[in-house]
Design a protein around this ligand. Structure first.
Ligand code: NAP
Length: 292
């Protein structure tokens, strides 16, 4: 987007669909990037209730919207309404980016690109070691897919409040990706403390600790952490969760979800525009952005 008074019939519309949508940082990130690269695109938030998803997609095609992001609660259900899916979207069974190619909607999962970009600098340390993923929702599926597809981990522990969901994820990845080294645990401290303590990488892919529940943490026990670990929290609001602060206090390397957020956006940006997003500048701005 150049400036508001330059929007005309040539301007390509990109959006994000979700419910609620008011806290999304995506409009700011993408409109900044369109402006910086002088691209004739505009990015708009659309608050779409679950019952209106199918109609909203028809509307996107009818209006010639070039593409859009997909967020909670539509990432999984949208899979059934798209014309084509990327390999990762198929396996993760969730879509966060759609490209409209002449009326055909193509679904992608760029969260996996964001996770890979966040962890790839630590590949040598992660390979050959045991890792633990907390959570068993869509984000956990993206993390587990990335770990199996791009790393060579010794074993994956899935720790979740609802053990049945962890077990069904284990069965899913064992059959879909033929990865048999998965163990499941109920998130019940202090029982899982040894599981955390023995892991080289711990990923919080649950929503525990996300604003406004900033005082919550998957574990409050310092013995969960040590200075040889990498601890990654997908939550980026707040930038430093209680979980990350505790891990840092024990000398662990900590990573928040901001890089994943920017890199999933950068991949989507490239799919829509064939251009590279200015990720460094955007990360700098978002790091300073007051937390929502
Ligand atoms: P989801 O499908 O709703 O899954 C939520 C997970 O969190 C479930 O495993 C749930 O356990 C667990 N959980 C929620 N509240 C809990 C609590 N009070 N105590 C214990 N466990 C709890 O959500 P999602 O889409 O996977 O997203 C998970 C997190 O990842 C969110 O915070 C989201 O913002 C973040 N995320 C970040 C990025 C990024 O770019 N950085 C991208 C995607 C997602 P049960 O199974 O027991 O319900």
């Amino acid at each position: 987007m150049r400036s508001l008074n330059e929007i005309n019939h040539n301007t390509k519309i990109i959006g994000v669909i979700g419910h609620p949508i008011k806290h999304s940082l995506s409009p700011m990130m993408h409109n900044y990037a369109f402006n910086k690269l002088d691209l004739d695109f505009v990015y708009l938030p659309f608050d779409i209730a679950a019952a209106n998803l199918k109609d909203a997609l028809k509307g996107m095609v009818a209006l010639g919207v070039k593409g859009f992001n997909v967020t909670i609660p539509h990432k999984e259900r949208i899979v059934d309404f798209l014309d084509e899916l990327s390999d990762s979207a198929k396996i993760v069974n969730a879509v966060n980016t759609v490209v409209n190619e002449n009326g055909k909607l193509h679904g992608f999962n760029t969260d996996v690109d964001g996770i890979l970009k966040t962890l790839e600098d630590y590949k040598d340390e992660i390979n050959g070691n045991m890792v633990t993923v907390i959570g068993a929702g869509g984000a956990a599926r993206s993390v587990i897919y990335t770990l199996i597809n791009n790393f060579n981990v010794e074993k994956i522990n899935i720790v979740n409040r609802t053990i049945e969901k962890a077990e069904s994820l284990k069965d899913y990845f064992t059959s879909k990706m033929l990865f048999e080294k998965i163990k499941t645990y109920e998130l019940a401290p202090p029982d899982v403390i040894n599981v955390f303590a023995d892991s080289k990488l711990i990923v919080n892919a649950s929503s525990i600790g996300m604003s406004p529940e900033e005082d919550d943490s998957p574990t409050s026990i310092v013995e969960s952490f040590n200075s040889n670990q990498i601890v990654f929290d997908l939550v980026y609001n707040p930038r430093k969760t209680k979980f990350l602060a505790l891990a840092e206090s024990q000398g662990a390397t900590i990573l928040n979800g901001l890089k994943m957020f920017v890199e999933q956006g950068a991949k989507a940006f490239e799919l829509w525009t064939n251009e590279k997003m200015p990720t460094e500048k955007i990360s700098e701005i978002l790091n300073k952005e007051p937390e929502l």
